[in-house]
Write a protein that binds this ligand. Structure first.
Ligand code: GLN
Length: 511
């Protein structure tokens, strides 16, 4: 149903496109803007929603921000896009991203970097005069489009944090649902065992509403959770929460909710800027009735390395299809080359079509899958993935639907319903100004940005970023110290598989 909140949005198709026309030149969030369409009837009638450019949209380009697919126009809609169109949404355009979703700063794009549009604290100067910072990646265009008021919501993908990190840097809400709840059909694969379609919006209730439209079983996605699974998982969540401790809950208070604070999510790399606001947000949850419990997830520090081995291995296999013959922009070898060797087309196509970061991942992933390295890298990373999952299962009150036997013994005394932690180790980093800034060292720095987001991806858990008060509020409350650079700070809520509603509920309490 059309919620009253939506009625405040303008559904004049021209208005939103005008904002895009004004701001996109400097933000670079959109890589394609669809021409105005007649508004269809439906619960999302005329609501402008942007789509990351690795999600297929009929009639618009789907480039994955790669030279490899620069001219590709999809003949069909991804299931998620089809569902939104059916509800009447105005699919307003395609958003910039890191090439094939690989990156954390949205600088690896054939369309150029996305500039973080956050500007709420500038006084006197316009934000355009200020320091240029990254919008985060890989769904940086989607995050910036929402943050700049160019659309009501945007879809992105989250493989290892690509929704939560840019949402945190841009000061908006980003929600990665439990793996398998939202169809991946028509979404260009990066690492199938981790890829999730995810939602960005200005507030939790908007994100939740869009999520409810796309959280539907799709037989075309072999990893999609079936209706039975959804029903059974939801029953076990209800049972777990209501029987154990939520009987007494009233209204919107968090009475009876136990929130875990994982100590490993406050690593040495965490900028001191982040600490104060996160602590205050946790105290606000406590004042709303939640019980705060320190917990430990000891395998956390291994998650990042395991993620990069697994994601790269899957990517190297997925990206093999771009060979210039079946898929991808073909680059024909120069005059004089031996054309009988198709591998030459393959090599020329892939050298020209893939950017530096994608080539690096393909090499890394291919190596991890070779006979010599397989046991030490790929299998070892799979083992770490299981340890990370076990860590989560040992602290959650609600059993893991897919492995109930790994559940903790004493749910009431020691376990928690959700986890809360900082979303990123710092505020948005400055945009690298020259190509040289993206050399090896800077690259490693970018990987570290994902340290707080990859564990939930490996364990396929629902995870939500909520922005903590903006600078103006912090200033009014006298909470600004010299460490505070005024840029957005995000806090994450993570729950057991299938507890998406609970995660969103705690997220709303953080707003
Ligand atoms: N930054 C991570 C990577 O580069 C995550 C990407 C993502 O979630 N798509 O792999």
């Amino acid at each position: 149903h059309l919620n009253s909140k939506y009625r405040t949005y303008s559904t004049e198709t021209g208005k939103w496109r005008q904002v895009i026309a004004e701001k996109n030149g400097s933000v670079n969030a959109f890589v394609h803007i669809t021409p105005p369409q007649p508004i269809e009837d439906g619960p999302l009638a005329g609501i402008p929603i942007a789509i990351k450019d690795n999600i297929a949209t009929a009639g618009s380009p789907t480039t994955c921000s790669s030279a490899m697919l620069q001219n590709f126009v999809s003949p069909f809609d991804a299931t998620v896009v089809k569902l939104l169109r059916k509800a009447g949404a105005d699919i307003i355009g395609k958003t910039n991203c890191d090439e094939f979703g690989m990156g954390s700063l949205n600088v690896h794009s054939v369309h150029g970097p996305v500039v973080n549009p956050f500007h709420s604290y500038s006084s006197g100067t316009t934000w355009l005069d200020r320091e240029k910072r990254s919008a985060g990646g890989s769904s940086g265009g989607s995050a910036a489009a929402v943050a700049a008021g160019m659309c009501v919501a945007a879809l992105g993908t989250d493989t290892g944090g690509s929704i939560r990190l840019p949402a945190s840097y841009c000061g908006i809400v980003g929600f990665k649902p439990s793996y398998g709840l939202v169809s991946r059909w028509g979404v260009v694969s990066f690492a199938d065992s981790l890829d999730c379609v995810a939602v960005m919006a200005a507030n939790v209730s908007d994100a939740k509403r869009i999520f409810n439209f796309i959280s539907v079983y799709d037989e075309k996605d072999p990893t999609a959770a079936t209706d039975d699974v959804r029903q059974m998982a939801s029953n076990s969540v209800q049972e777990g929460l209501h029987q154990l401790r939520r009987k007494t809950r009233t209204g919107t208070s968090l009475d009876g909710i136990r929130i875990g604070i994982p100590q490993e999510y406050f690593p040495s790399e965490l900028s001191p800027t982040i600490l104060g606001p996160v602590r205050r947000a946790i105290l606000s949850l406590k004042s709303q009735g939640a019980t705060i419990v320190p917990v430990t997830l000891p395998s956390t520090s291994y998650a990042l390395s395991a993620y990069y081995v697994l994601a790269s291995a899957e990517a190297s296999s997925n990206l093999a299809r771009y060979d210039g013959i079946q898929y991808g922009n073909r680059v024909v070898p120069p005059h004089g080359a031996d054309l009988r060797k198709t591998s030459r087309i393959y090599a020329y196509t892939r050298s020209a079509g893939f950017g530096h970061e994608v080539q690096k991942r393909i090499l890394l992933g291919t190596y991890a899958l070779t006979a010599d390295a397989f046991d030490n890298y790929f299998l070892q990373a799979q083992r770490v993935r299981q340890l990370v999952k076990n860590d989560f299962n040992s602290v959650f009150s609600i059993p893991d639907y897919y492995s109930p036997s790994s559940h903790a013994k004493d749910p009431l005394e020691t376990t928690v319903d959700v986890l809360v932690h900082p979303s990123s180790i710092r505020t948005a980093p400055p945009l690298p100004t020259a190509k040289t800034d993206l050399n090896e060292d800077a690259g490693l720095d970018a990987y570290v940005q994902d340290v707080l987001t990859v564990p939930a991806s490996l364990a396929r858990l629902p995870a939500l970023n909520v922005p903590i008060h903006d600078y103006t509020e912090r200033k009014v409350q006298g909470q600004v110290d010299e460490l505070d650079d005024g840029w957005p700070i995000g806090i994450s809520v993570v729950g057991q598989w299938g507890t998406d509603e609970l995660v969103l509920e705690v997220g709303e309490a953080l707003e």
